[in-house]
Design a protein around this ligand. Structure first.
Ligand code: V47
Length: 353
């Protein structure tokens, strides 16, 4: 079989190969993905001690899959003050977090300096904390709202203390599907352009893919190939994160979750297609921790982190609202046969637990 030959020879895989990978039985596919993971990292599984903060849920955009933003189904608008945010960070640092992951909705009431001030004040008060903040969807929103080009927005992010960019807002790049699920938000081209410019400033970022809703396998492969092309150019992506769509409290009428098997296949295919993105993250907040642990055997080498508070996926039904205690996380990784390696946000190893 031609695809097996390509896998045996570690050849670069194209779009058609990606579709064929989905048709392989899961154990054959898993074997090749695991082989690659093992060659790169052995039994190491990376995680970080982090805190998620979502400073506002007031949003100008309407994405059908979103249960986090304040809308008819979730009429609880909030906006945190900088003091509240600083208090959260101060408190979390006592638990030894190394990173704050800050993602907001697109709030047109608070002004640009409310957004930038969050990062500036965190850096002023806690210079050693890594700030991973502003998805490309937020960057696009702020640039357009305040008549700035993307380059200028990126200058402002760097000046105000943003260290790296999270991977959110990518959803699915296919324009038809994207129009259906999140029309009006950052386009695929804009998302890629913002990350391109960020990488050109020597900075790192992640890339997500929201799947298991109305897209097909071909859209997922197309999404991965578009990321791979940009990565060939810039090398700036650290990590790829397939997010399983959570179905409660939103406007997309999807009845069933993607199956565990389809998730594991998607993780494995990501490992094989994305030959230039070093890390594949099984984001336990959407997959459940059990499936994320199994995903380690299908190519995933990163399990995100302890999170402490999760508001986006849990609003849509995920059981991730209070994160996961560090001790439990470490034990679960060990019990699953892997070696928990605490990393910083740029994947430098901090401690083998
Ligand atoms: O882009 C929204 C997703 C993302 C739902 O960079 C949903 O390390 C599932 O950026 N079901 C934001 N997902 C989260 C994000 C992120 C998360 C974890 C790690 C990293 C990283 C980044 O949340 C959005 C969107 O795709 N999302 N609604 C939902 N119903």
């Amino acid at each position: 079989m031609e695809i097996i030959e390509k896998l045996e020879n570690s050849e670069r895989l194209n779009f058609e190969d990606g579709i064929k990978l989905y048709e392989l039985d899961i154990f054959t596919l898993g074997k090749y993905a695991y082989k690659k993971r093992e060659k790169l990292y052995g039994k190491k599984s990376f995680f970080n001690i982090n805190r998620h903060i979502n400073p506002t849920n007031i949003c100008k955009d309407i994405c059908k899959f979103c249960a986090f933003s304040a809308n008819r189904k979730n009429p609880n608008p909030y906006t945190m003050t900088h003091e509240e945010i600083l208090k959260i960070v101060e408190d979390a640092i006592k638990r030894d977090i190394k990173e704050v992951h800050i993602v907001s909705a697109h709030n047109d009431k608070v002004g640009l300096d409310w957004y930038l001030g969050i990062f500036r004040k965190i850096k002023e008060n806690f210079p050693n904390i890594h700030i991973k903040a502003l998805t490309a969807a937020e960057v696009n929103f702020l640039a357009k709202e305040h008549n700035l080009c993307f380059e200028k927005m990126i200058d402002l992010m760097i000046e105000n203390g943003v260290d790296s960019m999270p991977g959110g807002g990518a959803e699915i790049f296919d324009e038809k599907i994207r129009d259906y699920i999140c029309k009006g938000k950052v386009t695929s081209q804009e998302w890629l352009e913002i990350h391109r410019l960020w990488h050109k400033r020597g900075r790192k970022s992640n890339a997500t893919m929201l799947f298991g809703h109305v897209e097909d396998r071909e859209h997922r492969i197309d999404h991965m190939i578009r990321l791979r092309e940009l990565q060939d150019e810039t090398g700036g992506f650290n990590c790829f994160i397939p997010l399983i769509y959570q179905k409660e409290n939103n406007y997309l009428k999807v009845k069933d979750f993607v199956t565990g098997q389809e998730y594991l296949k998607t993780i494995a295919i990501a490992r094989l297609i994305l030959d230039n993105i070093p890390h594949i993250k099984a984001y336990w907040a959407t997959s459940t921790i059990n499936l994320a642990l199994i995903a380690q055997e299908f190519g995933a080498d990163d399990l995100d982190g302890t999170i402490e508070k999760e508001s986006i996926q849990s609003a849509a039904g995920a059981k991730s609202r209070y994160g996961i205690p560090l001790e439990e996380f470490v034990h679960l990784i060990k019990d699953s046969g892997f070696v928990p390696v605490e990393r910083d946000s740029l994947y430098n190893e901090i401690k083998v637990w």
